[in-house]
Design a protein around this ligand. Structure first.
Ligand code: TNX
Length: 524
């Protein structure tokens, strides 16, 4: 059932249509030959360096085994879990094998790896399990697409010979999932985690609260979930994570080398909390729950002390469950507060997050409250000429780090074109070439490579209700943002990318991942 208007009327005035980007202009790169070359030439994100050994190939067989350093045992088990279902092979893990994982090469940094494939062995080397895990994502793309099947397939299972040396351009490559507008349960979040891990995404930002729902149990404020978690956009049943559920998501993400960044959006986007506790409202009156898709109408009461006690207790419980370094304070679209109130709020709120030992991330509006560093400012604008972009550049000049998620490039909830059934279009249509056709370190004036923390691909869920919906929006655009975050700028090339991206389709089909057949790609 479709509870949404086709457009997003409040934002119609902001609409900015980027149009298809003429790509391929950004320098030399692996050429369009990618599509015909061996699978070594088809990896997404494209590695820093690839050297093929023509005529050489390794073949995974029934007697293959995975040998790993003891500290890499977790990655070895993960790799075995990836390879066993389709091959049907036992693939025992231990100290010795013909697939080898070694933690003896830190030359490519914290996340980098080297992969060497000869006729006899496949060797992954890195300085950390994270680096090996990234290498495993490359390795699985070197196998035939049927390797992604959950059921035994006939094979054979060749891996092309050669060598790859690889490391990320940016250390922070994120996806965001809005579990507030529609709730997504633990299993659905795990499914998305597995999908983003394929493309070397290493942070998952969870938008845990909004006007339409509060999604994480807070023991000291139980009505947040009892009442505030009981609905969602369109009037469905909503839902929430118990603290145990959230801990399980954190644990599962960590097993995929993904760090969770929890967001509690304040002072706006708080109707679910305001409806749960009358005392958080300036007039002391709790509003009804909200199931529409308007934004900008709610606010915690800036002048009441209880607003800050509330924030402290909520953040305290979440920080204790979150091993990662970041907490996201939201701060976007606070249209129910004046600028002065907004700054006053942030002056009191930001030290609370820091006191819980975390680095604060906020949507770019909070840059105007001049957050104390270390701070991360997340840019979500559509027009680099807007004044808000200048505020972001000023934050960069003060030493804050910028997380790049321009809505007309990286918002996975934007429609691809006018024929897309799901999604919104307030930031314009975002076709694959738009998602790929920008450089995170050249997008905003005054925000260069050294200021850019990384990239994020958010998916807002006003119109998205289940995993199938998420997938047709995320694929094939999420891999575009992932490649911008991982691959060297010099590799940026639309012709190469579109050929490699289309070649992923049989993998998604084998894995049961939905995707949109964008007319921009040469699907096999
Ligand atoms: C803007 S981007 C929002 C969200 C909406 C989204 C829909 C941002 C920081 N805020 O509240 O869900 O647009 O695309």
């Amino acid at each position: 059932m479709n509870h949404f208007p086709i457009e997003f009327p409040r934002r119609a005035a902001m609409a900015l249509f980027g149009g298809a980007v003429a790509a391929g202009a950004l320098g030399a790169a692996p050429s369009a030959r990618a599509a015909q070359g061996s699978r070594m030439q088809q990896v997404i994100p494209v590695p820093e360096s690839v050297r093929e050994a023509p005529g050489v190939r390794f073949e995974l067989g029934p007697d293959s085994a995975i040998g790993a350093d003891p500290a890499a045992a977790g990655v070895a088990e993960y790799l075995a879990g990836v390879l066993r279902p389709a091959t049907g092979y036992a693939l025992p893990t231990g100290e010795r094998g013909d697939l080898v994982l070694r933690l003896d090469d830190a030359g490519l940094g914290q996340a980098g790896y080297r992969l060497e494939v000869t006729a006899e062995t496949v060797t992954l080397r890195a300085g950390t399990p994270e680096g090996l895990f990234n290498g495993v994502q490359t390795l699985r793309q070197l196998l035939p697409p049927q390797i992604e099947s959950a059921d035994p397939q006939p094979g054979p299972w060749p891996i092309p010979g050669g060598a790859i040396a690889d490391r990320p351009r940016f250390g922070h490559r994120a996806a965001m999932l809005d579990v507030a507008r529609h709730f997504f349960g633990v299993e659905q979040v795990k499914r998305y985690i597995d999908q983003i891990a394929r493309y070397k995404i290493n942070f998952l930002h969870l938008h845990l609260s909004d006007d339409q729902g509060w999604r994480i149990e807070i023991e000291s404020w139980p009505r947040l979930t009892e009442h505030g978690g009981s609905t969602e956009v369109g009037g469905g049943p909503g839902g929430f994570y118990t603290q145990q559920d959230y801990a399980e998501i954190v644990r599962y993400a960590a097993s995929r080398h993904i760090t969770i960044v929890p967001e509690i959006d304040v002072p706006g986007h708080t109707n679910a909390a305001l409806s749960s506790y009358a005392e958080l409202n300036c007039d002391g009156v709790a509003p009804p729950l909200y199931t529409g898709i308007e934004v900008g109408f709610s606010s915690l009461c800036v002048d009441k002390d209880i607003s800050y006690r509330f924030l402290d207790e909520v953040i305290g419980e979440i920080a204790a469950l979150t091993p990662g370094p970041y907490l996201h304070i939201g701060g976007d679209e606070a249209d129910a507060t004046t600028d002065e109130q907004y700054r006053a709020f942030m002056r009191r709120a930001l030290p609370i997050l820091r006191a819980h030992g975390k680095t604060v991330v906020g949507w770019h509006e909070y840059a105007k409250a001049t957050p104390q560093n270390p701070a991360v400012v997340q840019y979500w604008g559509t027009d680099p000429a807007d004044p808000e972009a200048a505020e972001v550049a000023a934050a960069a000049a003060r030493g804050s780090k910028i997380l790049m998620s321009p809505a007309n490039r990286s918002y996975l909830d934007m429609k691809y074109d006018e024929s897309t059934e799901l999604g919104l279009n307030w930031a314009g249509y975002v076709e694959v070439a738009d998602a790929y056709g920008w450089d995170p370190a050249a997008h905003l004036q005054g925000v260069g490579e050294e200021s850019v923390l990384g990239v994020e691909a958010p998916i807002w869920t006003e119109t998205l209700e289940n995993s199938a919906h998420l997938e047709v929006m995320a694929f094939p655009r999420l891999p575009a943002i992932a490649e911008l975050g991982w691959s060297p700028a010099a590799t940026h090339d639309w012709e190469s990318f579109r050929a490699r991206l289309a070649a992923q389709a049989p993998r998604w089909e084998a894995a049961g991942i939905g995707f949109t057949r964008s007319p921009q790609l040469p699907w096999p």
